[in-house]
Design a binder for this molecule. Structure first.
Ligand SMILES: [Zn+2]
Length: 569
């Protein structure tokens, strides 16, 4: 490609609204342009990178025997109603209707559609197992799109779905897919960690996310030196006990006028927040539930929902809180509650002489001991676990890092085949539900993640495997006849050798061209200028290492081809 004919609109300055490195550089290097909130155009340079990531994904999917297909972006609401997700998915499901008022979803994921295909076309265990995948545009009506393509409302994903006779067969494919993902992210030269994940709105029995390490990532991953790693939505662990031994005193009410928060009450009573027990009323699948946790800690709603087997959980509205506790929000406590399920976090168990809400306006109760002053059926782990807490596997202190989630894999089991009555006939002629797995990978997110890990103050430093161009020829003064001839000749020879080459043939100043070269980050930069030509040489510079050397013109093509071929993944 000749730069003079290309649409590569670069910017010198960081765009003011972009917060992350990848968002800034994708805009500055002319990879993307925002069309509207959370919706982006991929300009030619950005699209070349997307296509290269897609090619790696295709190769690795095909290598483990997956078949590519393409399903529509749009799917009828009836399918989503069959699985109940039309209601469960909430506002993130982008809904549209046609001229007749029929409702449709713009697909955020395709379990319903693929299950519909398979239930209509596959009859026998002899046809199992198999895996289908697509690379396609997906939609999610994010409340707050941000970080450019990382949290967009329209994005590109690879989604794969596997169908099996039983769990053992699913495990074989799940492991193969896990390995394929490792190869994909290795080839993209990403530093990543597979971690245990919550299953969320997709559901199923087991799940892993692949996290790319990145300080500005929106996900937090909890890790232990024993190898345990999980997202903060999922992480299990123990909260260290801070309480010294104490004699239990008699519980007694205490006036707390207008003191509604843990902070208010702890300041008012002059007690550390951990001496309070937080009482939170939730509504889980329409039923009120009360959760108790130590005052300085937070409930992990994903874990709570998982323990309850609930698909939807949210903080109860004030009217429900009043109905359950008999008091307005801010004075809820566990003593005297009846007819409501109590979920008590492990962190509450060691407390004595704690403070709880009094279930009456402006009243708390102090010197409360769990198990004595209110009954507890059993303690459970519903706490948000973080850095400094103790590992659930080995007891050592946990650490954490931030990351971008680039993919997630799920063992779905029969969640979708049961609700959609998708069955096959087993060896004995009996109808059985398909056992399923699903495997997502964010292609546009992966591009952003690569930039987060491969950039410096001057711009992007693409790995060869996904670079929009492998070689950039920077002709210092393209007007000069000798420079032009040498540049054109090298350009032709490299293209003939199968290289992706960008020739900067613009009539801009060398300063502009060098800055742009660093910004768009082509791995090999070849500089051709008058001075070098007089000595019969040109300069090769590696964008990532900064390593540069002069090479004789007649040896240049072979040398560059060798560099590129060695670096291709
Ligand atoms: Zn551990």
């Amino acid at each position: 490609m000749r730069w003079s004919r290309a649409l590569i609109p670069t910017h010198k300055e960081d765009p003011s609204h972009a917060e992350t490195v990848s968002h800034k550089l994708m805009l500055r290097a002319g990879l993307i342009r925002r069309l509207t909130s959370g919706v982006y155009n991929y300009l030619p340079l950005g699209w070349r990178v997307v296509r290269k990531v897609e090619a790696i994904v295709r190769e690795e999917m095909d290598r483990i025997g997956c078949q590519e297909l393409l399903m529509p972006v749009i799917s009828p609401s009836e399918l989503w109603q069959e699985t109940g997700r039309w209601n469960v998915y909430g506002k993130e499901l982008w809904r549209v209707h046609d001229r007749n008022g029929r409702e449709f979803a713009l697909g955020p994921t395709h379990e319903e559609v693929i299950t519909d295909i398979v239930r209509n076309e596959v009859r026998s265990y002899r046809q199992l197992p198999f895996t289908l995948y697509q690379i396609q545009t997906k939609f999610r009506d994010e409340i707050r799109p941000r970080f450019g393509v990382v949290r967009a409302r329209e994005f590109i994903m690879k989604d794969a779905y596997s169908f099996h006779e039983n769990d053992d067969s699913l495990s074989v494919t799940y492991d193969a897919m896990y390995d394929a993902y490792c190869r994909i992210f290795d080839r993209c030269e990403l530093d990543y960690r597979p971690v245990e994940a919550a299953t969320g709105a997709i559901g199923g029995s087991a799940s892993h996310e692949f996290m790319v390490l990145c300080d500005t990532g929106e996900s937090e991953v909890i890790v232990c030196e024993c190898g345990y790693a999980a997202t903060d939505e999922r992480a299990e662990g123990l909260i260290a006990t801070v309480m010294p031994p104490e004699e239990p005193l008699s519980a007694e009410p205490v006036d707390t006028p207008g003191m509604k928060t843990i902070e208010d009450v702890s300041l008012f009573l002059g007690m550390e927040p951990w001496r309070l027990i937080k009482t939170i009323v939730y509504v889980a699948d329409g039923e009120p539930v009360v959760a108790l946790i130590r005052g300085d800690r937070d409930v992990n709603e994903e874990k709570l929902a998982g323990l309850l087997g609930a698909s939807m959980i949210e903080a109860a509205p004030p009217a429900v809180v009043e109905k359950v506790t008999g008091a307005p929000v801010g004075f809820a406590g566990p003593i005297g509650l009846s007819g409501v399920k109590l979920m008590v976090d492990n962190s509450v168990e060691p407390l004595v002489n704690a403070v709880v809400g009094g279930n009456a306006v402006d009243v708390h109760i102090r010197n409360v001991t769990p198990g004595r002053d209110f009954s507890v059926d059993g303690y459970c782990d519903i706490a948000r676990i973080g850095k400094g807490d103790l590992c659930c596997k080995c007891g050592k202190t946990l650490d954490s890092f931030r990351g971008i989630e680039v993919s997630q894999v799920f063992k779905l089991g029969t969640k979708y085949s049961d609700s959609m009555k998708a069955t096959f006939l087993n060896e004995n002629g009996k109808a059985m539900p398909f056992v399923m797995g699903c495997y997502g990978l964010g292609v546009s997110r992966t591009v952003a993640a690569i930039i987060e890990q491969h950039s410096d103050e001057y711009g992007i430093m693409w790995p060869m495997s996904v670079a929009p161009f492998e070689v950039e020829i920077l002709a210092v003064k393209f007007k000069n006849e000798k420079v032009r001839e040498a540049s054109e000749q090298l350009y032709d020879e490299l293209r003939a050798a199968g290289m992706d080459v960008l020739l900067d043939d613009r009539h801009d100043s060398p300063g502009v061209k060098f800055k742009d070269a660093d910004l768009i980050g082509v791995p090999v930069r070849v500089t051709i200028g008058e001075r070098g030509l007089k000595e019969g040489t040109l300069e090769i510079k590696m964008r990532r290492t900064g390593e540069q050397r002069d090479v004789a013109i007649e040896e240049a093509t072979a040398e560059i081809v060798k560099i590129v071929e060695e670096a291709r993944a």
